[in-house]
Design a protein around this ligand. Structure first.
Ligand code: WTA
Length: 657
């Protein structure tokens, strides 16, 4: 059986076979060190349930301790620590106040350069004021609240305030457009939307409130109030009664707030993510298990200590911003840096200048950013003092050896370990990654599963692949506390998407992978129709639906094409109603690109649009996506096209006719 392996990884001109052990100096100060890690692994090998229970007792602060650990009664709808009660914001803030209230929790840098710091005590006070303000509006446990904000401290405050009152937040990435916001509001039946008058991106204002208004006029009937943070100071429309200013909501509110104690299984958040079919699905995460994973992995993978300054560049609109900005590092009492704007504003030295200015010690970003900045040459980073860095991380997509080596040499000064972390929105937290003081790294491999994670690679029958480097489905064989609980409103889809393939025995990640002689995992890419563009997940079907919503488009098929910076780019094959456009189609292609941008967000705009009279289909009517991928890459066609219903259109699709 040949798996539908992705063939989309960036071609590498560099083969890098060296292995990079951590320096003796790094290893000596790291936690976990080799001994601690082996103790964790051996504890986990005695039984994952007992292992996780011990971790949950040691690392979380419980209002009511749990007595049940794993409940598999309704597998694969697993439950963890279900009779325990806690509050996530108490675990991120209150627990630090006595000993470390003055410690910096957040260093915020605005795009125009203003820096604001929040100590744990200040952050706690702001979260309490906002939580009280939400309560005063009638918000309560279980309500869904959409957060559609720029990357500001207030975004973290909003998330934590929801957690404090037991409301379920659903953050929508600020780069998504009005229809995406509307779909999420409608699916979650949100009562509140929290947004800002706008955000800054590359010197321009992103009009979030305008997009939120548009979303609400086309749907969003469940929304009672829109809370608007004044940030850019732009004039914005304001709907009396519905819209409220953030500063009015918090005015006069107390800086303490009685937390809502929730069961460990109470949903902390929904985060919508793309799959191969239908609209984005609301991945539902728990309070107790999720927080445990976020806290532990922040410690294990980033070796975070009291004096560290941790900068994860992810926006809170993505899971990385949830687990490694808002929850994990704060649960550990660490200092996080957040930045509102574009990495290249006002110039390509911005990241490096911020590392220098804030003395960042641990830096976590995506390969796309590394590749984009690498292209601009070594001189830019070399003109900044990056000596504060001690550890680097990568997330969201495969990192090619060139980018890894550049990150290692130019940014890490050859002294910082690199943690290439594999995980997903659904896994909640990092699953496969080096432990930086212990694991020798190999450029391009996310190395080995963390303690308690039982990963494997299986064939079509669900049996472990035989032989070294044999590719197969990446699966997780045992439930883990931070796993998704379900898809909001659609448990059948949860089971179908992640479990059904192997009879509900394993969690099926949707990635293919292989393992080398040292047991290291190498992620090969998605096995489904999900693209990874600049580290962002996009479903081909979402883009196709957006295209066919255009009045002139009859049919569309979207595939990914390797891209040297973004990893993958969107390539759309389009069939128009009526005549196929010929001659100079530039303006029309641009119109379609912008159309997709308006429907979904700029990240989904196709880089290429090609017109044809028809799409290549088999006689049973299935679109031949592999063929389209070959064509998009400009490669020779090796597939058998004799079964094509309409072989003549291949020349059109290749742009030769
Ligand atoms: C991909 C992001 C290779 C993978 C945290 C996964 C990776 C999808 C890596 C999840 C990595 C993530 N190496 N591929 N280190 N990390 N991926 O949900 O295909 O936005 O399934 O979560 O990104 O993307 P998501």
């Amino acid at each position: 059986m040949i798996l539908p392996m992705s063939d989309k990884s960036i071609e590498s001109v560099l083969t890098e076979n060296r292995v990079f052990p951590p320096s003796a100096e790094f290893a000596a100060q790291a936690h976990p060190n080799a001994q601690e890690l082996s103790r964790l692994h051996s504890l986990a090998s005695l039984g994952t349930e007992a292992f996780w229970a011990a971790q949950a007792r040691e690392h979380l602060s419980w209002h009511k301790p749990f007595t049940q650990v794993l409940d598999s009664t309704n597998a694969p709808n697993y439950r963890w620590f279900a009779d325990g009660q806690l509050n996530v914001s108490v675990n991120c803030l209150d627990v630090h106040l006595a000993a470390a209230g003055d410690r910096t929790a957040i260093i915020f840098e605005a795009e125009h350069g203003e820096v604001r710091r929040y100590s744990y005590a200040q952050l706690h006070a702001e979260i309490c004021r906002f939580a009280n303000g939400l309560r005063a509006l009638g918000a309560k446990k279980g309500d869904r609240i959409i957060i559609y904000m720029p990357m500001l401290a207030e975004a973290i405050i909003a998330m934590q305030a929801c957690a404090r009152i037991g409301a379920i937040h659903s953050v929508v990435f600020g780069g998504f457009s009005a229809p995406s916001v509307r779909d999420r509001i409608d699916d979650a039946k949100a009562r509140f939307v929290i947004t800002a008058d706008g955000g800054w991106r590359a010197g321009k204002v992103v009009e979030l409130k305008t997009a939120a208004d548009k979303a609400l006029c086309e749907g969003g009937a469940s929304v009672e109030h829109v809370i608007v943070l004044k940030h850019t100071g732009e004039d914005i429309p304001f709907k009396e009664g519905r819209d409220l200013w953030w500063h009015d909501v918090v005015a006069g509110q107390s800086t303490t707030c009685q937390p809502e104690w929730v069961g460990a299984e109470h949903p902390l958040f929904l985060l919508y993510t793309s799959g191969s079919t239908g609209k984005p699905k609301g991945v539902q995460h728990s309070s107790g298990g999720y927080l445990l994973g976020a806290k532990l992995t922040s410690k294990w993978v980033f070796d975070l200590k009291r004096d560290d300054v941790f900068w994860c560049t992810a926006d809170i609109g993505w899971v990385t911003g949830h687990s490694y900005v808002t929850y994990g590092p704060l649960a550990n009492g660490n200092t996080v840096v957040i930045y509102e704007g574009a990495p290249t504003f006002p110039d390509a030295g911005r990241f490096w200048k911020m590392i220098q200015d804030h003395k960042v010690t641990v830096f976590y970003t995506a390969p796309t950013a590394i590749r984009a900045l690498m292209k601009l040459g070594d001189a830019i980073p070399e003109s900044y003092d990056l000596s504060s860095l001690r550890l680097l991380g990568s997330v969201g997509e495969p990192i090619n050896p060139e980018a890894w080596m550049w990150y290692h040499r130019v940014i890490g000064g050859e002294r910082c370990p690199i943690v290439d972390t594999w995980w997903q929105t659904e896994t909640g937290v990092i699953m496969i990654s080096p432990v930086p003081g212990v694991t020798s790294t190999k450029p391009g491999s996310c190395t080995k599963p963390l303690p308690g994670v039982e990963a494997d690679i299986v064939d079509e029958e669900g049996e472990p692949v035989k032989g070294l480097d044999a590719g197969g489905y990446l699966v997780i064989k045992k439930p883990w506390p931070s796993m998704l609980r379900t898809i909001w409103n659609d448990n059948a889809r949860y089971i179908e998407t992640y479990w059904a393939k192997f009879g509900n025995r394993y969690y099926v990640a949707g990635d293919s992978a292989h393992r080398d002689k040292d047991g290291y995992y190498w992620i090969m890419g998605r096995i489904d129709d999900v693209l990874n563009v600049a580290g962002h997940r996009l479903g081909t079907m979402e883009i196709e639906s957006a295209l066919v919503a255009h009045p002139r488009i009859a049919e569309a098929a979207v595939v990914g094409r390797p891209h040297d910076v973004k990893g993958e780019s969107v390539f759309a094959f389009v069939v128009c109603k009526g005549e196929r456009p010929t001659g100079d189609t530039k303006a029309f292609r641009e119109e379609l690109r912008n159309w997709v941008g308006e429907q979904l967000g700029a990240i989904a705009k196709p880089d290429d649009v090609r017109f044809a009279d028809n799409l290549p289909k088999t006689r049973s009517g299935k679109i031949m996506r592999r063929l389209l991928r070959t064509i998009a890459r400009g490669e020779e066609i090796t597939q058998d096209i004799s079964t094509l219903e309409n072989p003549h259109i291949v020349e059109q699709l290749r742009g030769r006719e």
